[in-house]
Design a protein around this ligand. Structure first.
Ligand code: SF4
Ligand code: SF4
Ligand code: SF4
Ligand code: FES
Length: 403
C-alpha cells in the first residue's frame, strides 16, 4: 500500500490507485471532465492536472498511478491556470446558450466554468455549426456544437453496453463524434439504451422525448423500480406538475447503476396515455341491477365498450335477460349483459371476492390456478402466494417473467 502525500496529508493509497482515486478516497477534490468512475481513463481533457514533486510537467491525476513517497499538490498556481485555460479553450467553440439549454443546472462544464470564474470568450474566430438533432432515431437528441470531445459516450457504449456505436472521426478542428462510419445511429447498431446520454457531462446528448419538458430544478425525482422485467432496475422518474417528463438512471441503483434498457428509460409514456385503464371494468351481468341503475344515473359509473348491443344468449344457448327491459324509450341506452361498466375498486373487488367464494364452494380449491409475475415486487408475489394457498386453497401457482 503506497504512502503518498497530497496537499500535505499523508495517505495510504490502495495498490494501483491513481492520484485521483487516492485524493478522492481521502476527501480531496480534483476537477474532472473526461473521467467517470465507471469508465476507463483516457486523459483527454486535462482538467485534472496536478503538480507532482520531481515531475517535469503537470500530471493528469486520472491516469497517473501513485507511487511510494509521491508528493502531490492539487492546486498549484500552474495547475489552476491550466484548468482555466482548458475551460476557456472549450468555451471558444461552445454555444453561449446555457439559459435555454436542457442541462442548465445539471452540466459539469457549467459547474467548472463557474467554479473557476471563466468568462465566455467573445472572438471572431471559427465556431462549429453542426446541424442540431440530425439523427432521426426516436430517443437520442444530438447537438454536436455542445460536444467537448470527452469520449465518455464512446466508452459508455463500448465498455458498458458493448455496442461500440460511437467513435471520433476526422482530425483537429474537424474532429467529430460519429455513429458507426458516420451513419445514422440505428444503422450503426444502436439499441437505444440511452447510456451514452446518461454519461454525457454536457448537453451534447439528451433524451429526445424530454426536450423542453423540464430541467433539473423544475422536476421532482422519484426513485422507483422498473415494472417491465424481473431484473428490477432502479431509476428516477422526473416528475413535473404531476407528469413524468423523463427517466434518469443513477449510480446508486444497486442492480443496474446508470444502465437501463430502452423500455426502462424510454417506455414511460404509457403512464399518461388516455387509453390506459385507471378504473376497474366489470361486466354488467355481474352487478346488481339496482346498483347499476343508480350509479349510472348519478354518473358514478359509466358504460364502456359494448353498450347498445343487446345480447340474449350465452355461449351454451341458454337465454339470459338483458338488464334494461324493452320497450326502450327514445334515447335510452340498451346495456348488454356483457357490456363493461367502469365502476369503483370496492365494487370490483367485491364482485371478484363473491365469484371466488362461489367457485370455491361449488368446485373446491382445485378449480383455481394462479399466474403471478416476475414484474411484481417480492412483497406482491408473497401476497399472491398467500391468497392462492391459504384463501383459494390450491397450490396451483406459478409465475412468468413475461406476464
Ligand atoms: S443509446 Fe446505447 S447503444 Fe445507442 S449509442 Fe447510446 S449507449 Fe450505445
Ligand atoms: S457527446 Fe457528450 S459524452 Fe460524447 S464526447 Fe461529446 S461531450 Fe463527451
Ligand atoms: S425492462 Fe429494462 S430497465 Fe426495466 S428492469 Fe428490465 S432490464 Fe431493467
Ligand atoms: S479528467 Fe483527467 S484528463 Fe480528463
Amino acid at each position: 500500500m503506497p504512502h503518498v502525500t497530497i496537499n500535505g496529508h499523508r495517505i495510504d493509497a490502495p495498490h494501483g490507485a491513481t492520484i485521483l482515486e487516492a485524493a478522492r478516497g481521502a476527501g480531496i477534490a480534483i476537477p474532472t471532465l473526461c473521467h467517470h468512475p465507471d469508465l476507463s481513463n483516457v486523459g483527454a481533457c486535462r482538467m485534472c492536472v496536478v503538480g507532482v514533486h520531481g515531475a517535469r510537467a503537470l500530471q493528469t491525476a486520472c491516469t497517473t498511478p501513485v507511487t511510494e513517497g509521491m508528493v502531490v499538490d492539487t492546486n498549484t498556481p500552474e495547475a489552476v491556470e491550466t484548468r482555466k485555460f482548458v475551460l476557456e479553450m472549450l468555451l471558444t467553440d461552445h454555444p453561449n446558450d446555457c439559459m435555454a439549454c436542457e442541462v442548465n443546472g445539471d452540466c459539469e462544464l457549467q459547474d467548472l466554468v463557474y467554479d473557476y470564474g471563466v468568462k465566455w470568450p467573445e472572438h471572431g474566430g471559427k465556431r462549429h455549426e453542426w446541424e442540431i438533432d440530425p439523427d432521426p432515431n426516436p430517443f437520442i437528441f444530438i447537438d454536436r456544437n455542445k460536444c467537448i470531445l470527452c469520449s465518455r459516450c464512446i466508452r459508455a457504449c463500448g465498455e458498458r453496453q458493448n455496442r461500440d456505436v460511437w467513435s471520433f472521426a476526422f482530425r483537429g478542428f474537424q474532429t467529430k463524434l460519429v455513429a458507426g462510419a458516420d451513419q445514422l445511429m440505428l444503422d450503426a447498431g444502436c439499441e437505444s439504451c440511452g447510456q451514452c446520454v446518461a454519461y454525457c457531462p454536457v448537453g451534447a446528448l439528451y433524451d429526445k422525448m424530454s426536450l423542453g419538458k423540464g430541467r433539473l430544478s423544475q422536476v421532482k425525482k422519484v426513485r422507483t423500480t422498473c415494472s417491465y422485467c424481473g431484473v428490477g432496475c432502479n431509476f428516477d422518474l422526473n416528475v413535473r406538475d404531476g407528469k413524468i417528463v423523463r427517466v434518469t438512471s443513477t449510480r446508486e441503483a444497486p442492480v443496474n447503476g446508470l444502465a437501463l434498457c430502452v423500455k426502462g428509460r424510454y417506455g414511460y409514456d404509457y403512464v399518461h396515455h388516455p387509453d390506459r385503464l385507471t378504473r376497474p371494468l366489470v361486466r354488467a351481468k355481474w352487478l346488481r341491477a339496482e346498483m347499476l341503475e343508480e350509479n349510472l344515473n348519478n354518473n358514478h359509473w359509466a358504460v364502456m365498450g359494448e353498450a347498445g348491443k343487446r345480447q340474449t344468449t350465452k355461449g351454451d344457448g341458454q337465454a339470459i335477460q338483458p338488464l334494461v327491459e324493452a320497450p326502450i324509450p327514445d334515447g335510452q341506452m340498451v346495456i348488454s349483459p356483457d357490456a363493461f361498466i367502469q365502476t369503483d375498486w370496492d365494487t370490483a373487488l367485491d364482485v371478484v371476492a363473491r365469484k371466488f367464494a362461489q367457485e370455491k364452494a361449488s368446485h373446491g380449491g382445485d378449480a383455481f390456478a394462479v399466474l403471478a409475475s416476475a414484474k411484481c415486487t417480492n412483497e406482491e408475489n408473497f401476497l399472491i402466494a398467500k391468497l392462492t394457498r391459504q384463501l383459494l386453497a390450491t397450490n396451483s401457482i406459478d409465475h412468468c417473467a413475461r406476464l
